[in-house]
Design a protein around this ligand. Structure first.
Ligand code: ATP
Length: 576
């Protein structure tokens, strides 16, 4: 099925806020109607004065004008208020929908996109839709309803006057379309450029250490200036084209009022029109044009707004590479045994296989280690077990169930993983460890920290467990971050444990301590260790040696040393 255009989709999300937005629209229309009404009452006063009617009628008409003026003020307040309340609720819904949709895309799809670009879509692009929800819907409906009322009223006064008004209205109605077609492509380009600038800036801030260390500040600065220049140039063209719309509108508007006045005056002169209808024609025509002025003004932003919506929906429409099973199995208990059977995998169809026909099992409570040269595919195996990606062929089973048939949450609850690339949230140490299990008490967090040998370090900090770790944990050393990650895994207490280079950032002394702790943690659990340091996996029940995506040797430490192959040469290399 063809995806719907962003315009249609923006209208379709309005539904939940339709009542409040409709009230906003009614208030906006009433504002115009009350203006017309006041004008009509004013003309009535003139007519009565001319006919010499009794002055007693002045009071009720004067009071009506007063009441209408107050109501006009109230509707002038209510219309933007209600539209903004509706708009901000819709933006909140949209953000919620956005995060829910992109969650299953992680990390397979999101890793291919720049963070700044995603931030720009979730932030700026969603925010610009406020213009559509709060400032477009009410003016759009008003710009249709009021000209129709004006046309009917003018038609009752004189059909020819109404005809000329309809012609002018038609020309004005064409302007929003012109605004969109003049800048449609440019809107996309501007959104892309701003996404690119955001991505570049975020990249520069995150990589500031490397940029300074390699004296790249000047060249990064030049790059950002060049992106900025491109943006300014495009924006200049965008503004120039929009000015054409403003100029056309002013031309039609001023010319239109003069034309209407001239035509009406001619009819007055020929006696076809009562002179008292002249102010009515001018009043109605001006109100009709004014009701369209907002939409013409806003239409200049349409290309940017719709480009934002297009980019938002483009990301939301990406099919997750890993999908939740439609009919997941719900085993009463899941035996923590792991089986990888003939698994092959590539990160994208244009890339070569990074894993070829991998098979191994990790029985309940046993430890299997994967070793191999860098880039051999060790971490990729852990990605597949966690279902961050799915294999191209072959299958992975836990407790006899294919992992694709299990609920993702069950699968991920069954496994605790400590990766080489540890991400700490910018919050306290306590909360970072608690990520392992949301309902853990402070005491349980501290116990986990003790097992991970981080407790004494944390306790010595002035704010202890409430110390903030900084963005991405920058205030902690690599080894400290790694121990926090281990504490998280301890707290999670999952039956399957994946340790991917889990002790790589530790000094030899701490590593020995941690190894003891991990041994304690591993007992009774099914463990998969991915390691560079062979000293950490000597005691594994089975060791798999991976080279270029294929298992080339398997056995325990002694078997592999005796084999005198790849493993034994790795051992020798590390002894040096
Ligand atoms: N997200 C990705 N997209 C494309 N290719 C990737 C991605 N992640 C890893 N690769 C490639 O897949 C191959 C295996 O990578 P993997 O990280 O599994 O190796 P590894 O054995 O764990 O290496 P190391 O010991 O250096 O961590 C490498 O060639 C790597 O470049």
């Amino acid at each position: 099925m063809m995806p719907k255009s962003p315009y249609v989709r923006l209208f379709s999300v309005l539904k939940p806020q339709l009542p409040i937005l409709s009230l906003g629209v009614i208030a906006e229309i009433f504002k115009y109607i009350s203006t017309l009404w006041i004008g009509l009452l004013g003309v009535d006063l003139l007519r009565m004065a001319r006919a010499g009617d009794p002055a007693s009628l002045l009071i009720p008409i004067g009071l009506s004008i007063l009441v209408l003026a107050v109501l006009r003020g109230v509707s002038g307040y209510l219309s933007p208020y209600l539209c903004h309340v509706g708009a901000y609720r819709l933006l909140a819904d949209l953000r919620d929908q956005f995060y829910r949709t992109i969650e299953p895309l992680a990390p397979a799809v999101l890793m291919q996109r720049r963070t700044g670009d995603i931030v720009s879509i979730a932030g700026n692009n969603v925010e610009t839709l406020e213009l559509f929800f709060a400032h477009t819907i009410a003016p759009l409906v008003t710009a249709i309803v009021i000209p129709v009322i004006v046309f009917i009223s003018l038609f009752l006064i004189h059909p020819m006057v109404a005809g000329v008004y309809a012609l002018l209205t038609f020309c004005i109605a064409f302007l929003p379309k012109l605004a969109l077609s003049l800048n449609d492509e440019r809107g996309n380009r501007l959104r892309e450029l701003i996404g690119g600038i955001n991505a570049f800036l975020i990249d520069s801030v995150q990589g500031i250490r490397e940029i300074l260390a390699f004296s790249r500040s000047e060249s990064r600065f030049k790059q950002v200036m060049s992106l900025n220049d491109q943006y300014q140039e495009e924006y200049g063209i965008y503004v120039r084209k929009n000015s054409i719309i403003t100029a056309s509108f002013i031309l039609i508007l001023s010319g239109g009022v003069i034309v209407m006045l001239t035509i009406s005056s001619i009819f007055v002169a020929t006696g076809e029109l009562d002179p008292l209808n002249l102010p009515i024609v001018i009043l109605f025509t001006s109100a009709g044009f004014a009701s369209m002025a907002n939409i013409v003004e806003i239409s200049k932003q349409f290309s940017l707004t719709f480009a934002g919506a297009r980019r938002l929906y483009e990301l939301m429409d990406v099919h997750p590479t890993v999908r939740e099973s439609e009919k997941p199995v719900h085993p009463e208990s899941l035996e923590p045994s792991l089986m990888v059977e003939n698994v092959s995998f590539r990160y994208s169809s244009s890339e070569p296989l990074v894993l070829r026909d991998i098979s191994f099992t990790v029985p309940v409570g046993k430890t299997v280690a994967i070793v191999g040269m860098t880039g051999a595919g060790k971490t990729t195996i852990s990605h597949l077990i966690m279902r961050f990606w799915d294999p191209v062929s072959g299958r992975i089973m836990i407790g006899g169930h294919e992992i694709s048939s299990l609920q993702l949450s069950l699968l991920r609850d069954t496994i605790a993983i400590v990766t080489q690339d540890i991400f700490l949230l910018n919050t306290s140490i306590m909360e970072n460890i608690r990520l392992g299990r949301a309902d853990a008490t402070d005491e349980e967090v501290i116990e986990a920290a003790q097992v991970a040998r981080i407790h004494s370090f944390v306790s010595a900090l002035p704010k202890g467990y409430q110390t903030l770790v900084g963005e991405r944990g920058v205030r902690l050393s690599g080894g400290e971050r790694q121990r926090i990650a281990i504490a998280r895994a301890v707290l999670k207490n999952a039956p399957i444990l994946i340790l991917d280079e889990a002790t790589s950032a530790l000094d030899t002394c701490t590593e020995l301590e941690i190894r003891e702790a991990l041994k304690e943690l591993s007992s009774g659990r099914t463990v998969l260790i991915i390691a560079h340091r062979l000293s950490t996996i000597k005691h594994a029940d089975q060791i798999l040696v991976l080279r270029e995506g294929t298992i080339v040797e398997r056995g325990n430490h002694d078997d592999l040393v005796r084999l005198n192959g790849v493993y034994s040469s790795l051992i020798k290399a590390q002894e040096i």
